[in-house]
Design a protein. Structure first.
Length: 392
């Protein structure tokens, strides 16, 4: 879309003014000249306004394309908090998502997205939490900011807005959350303001959110062990390659653990495969609880797990391994159908310091896993329920 070409019109007015007769009724000529000058000034104002509107339209079209082109949840959220705030000249932008059954927060953890990375991303447990003054959020709410009514939506902002817009994100009649915009200008958002633009923006963001969330979940399904809901072997092997390369660039150490549930066959024999599945899920859960978001846990098959610790020292890796071992051994496992059972785990650990992170990445990854596997064998040989470190 391009601007209408007004300059030829103004040139024509200038030409008409030049052609005005110099003779005749002087007052009539002066009146015509003044009228033409007034028309010319109005046209120039219209031209300036049209240019400004075109620039605004171009910026909004650019925003739409960036939102629609987002390939991941992280990328979309960055565009909402940074690009949207910049293009629309907003002082506050928050996003509140309905987090039914904590699925979204679990997804963020799987994506290695720390809550500190997006402090303006909020969660509501249900649609009822997004009510404004007791009313369901079905239409945009614009106007003067009221701490009592709107404070929850802007609680994480450094300063409260003066005027605000709370816009529902609705997709297929389902409330996904709200987009919350704030401004220090008390006239930026008013009760009588038209909401066409913000509703259109909310519609685009709702569609994009649904798309990236579904895409991320499909990706996670392909990289996740269905029983334990941790990474599968393929994903862990890929992550090891990535982290070895990143450790080289950023010059830090990593550690790899190979973990195996002790006497797992006996658990299956005594409590059945359902009991064995309960144990596998709980073991994965307890291991994960001792890790950071940046670390990785995966099921390698059967009762074996692999853990990758990034940016860690040998000492810290040993402490984490002991915490994992103790968390499993110290508390009985409650089973759905057959009471409870005691479980222990053996851990083999190998570290890769920055000084020794050399050679082909694939070879380094295989060597790291092999050393951890050998250390696990030693732990099994030396009585189980212990941590052994690779001598290599």
């Amino acid at each position: 879309m391009t601007l209408l070409k007004y300059p030829p019109i103004t040139h024509a007015l200038d030409h008409a003014m030049d052609k005005l007769p110099n003779s005749g009724n002087r007052h009539t000529v002066e009146a015509l000249q003044q009228e033409l000058q007034s028309v010319r000034a109005q046209l120039l104002d219209l031209l300036s306004e049209a240019r400004q509107n075109q620039e605004i339209l171009n910026r909004h079209q650019s925003l739409d394309l960036q939102l629609i082109g987002s390939h991941s949840f992280r990328e979309l959220i960055q565009h909402i908090f940074v690009t949207l705030a910049d293009i629309c000249e907003l002082d506050q932008v928050t996003l509140c998502l309905v987090n039914t059954q904590h699925n979204l927060q679990e997804m963020l953890a799987d994506l290695k997205i720390d809550r500190d990375e997006f402090p303006f991303l909020l969660f509501a447990e249900s649609e009822a939490d997004l009510r404004i003054n007791g009313q369901p959020l079905k239409k945009p709410v614009l106007g003067h900011y009221d701490q009592t009514l709107h404070g929850d939506m802007f609680q994480v902002c450094f300063e409260a807005p003066t005027s605000m817009a709370i816009i529902p994100l609705i997709r297929q009649s389902k409330l996904l959350g709200s987009l919350n915009l704030g401004s220090e200008d008390p006239l930026r958002f008013s009760v009588d303001m038209a909401t066409d633009f913000v509703e259109r923006l909310a519609s685009i963001i709702a569609i994009c959110l649904e798309n990236v969330i579904n895409s991320e979940r499909l990706t996670q399904i392909g990289l996740t062990d269905a029983l334990t809901n941790v990474s599968n072997r393929r994903h862990v092997e890929h992550r090891i390659l990535e982290e070895i390369g990143r450790a080289r660039r950023q010059h830090y150490g990593i550690a790899c653990m190979y973990l195996d549930i002790d006497f797992f066959k006996n658990i299956n024999d005594q409590h059945g495969h359902q009991g064995g599945d309960d144990v596998l899920r709980e073991v994965a859960k307890r291991i994960k609880a001792e890790l950071r978001l940046s670390d990785t846990i995966g099921r390698f098959g059967g009762e074996e797990f692999v853990v990758l610790l990034v940016n860690t020292t040998h000492r810290n890796a040993v402490l984490v391994a002991e915490r994992i071992r103790n968390s499993i051994a110290s508390k009985p496992f409650l089973l759905h159908q057959s009471g409870a059972c005691d479980v222990t785990i053996s851990i083999g650990m190998a570290t890769l310091s920055d000084d020794h992170n050399l050679g082909e990445i694939e070879s380094a990854a295989k060597a790291l896993l092999l050393r951890a596997d050998r250390a696990l064998y030693e732990a099994k040989e030396q009585g189980r329920n212990c941590v052994r470190e690779s001598a290599g």
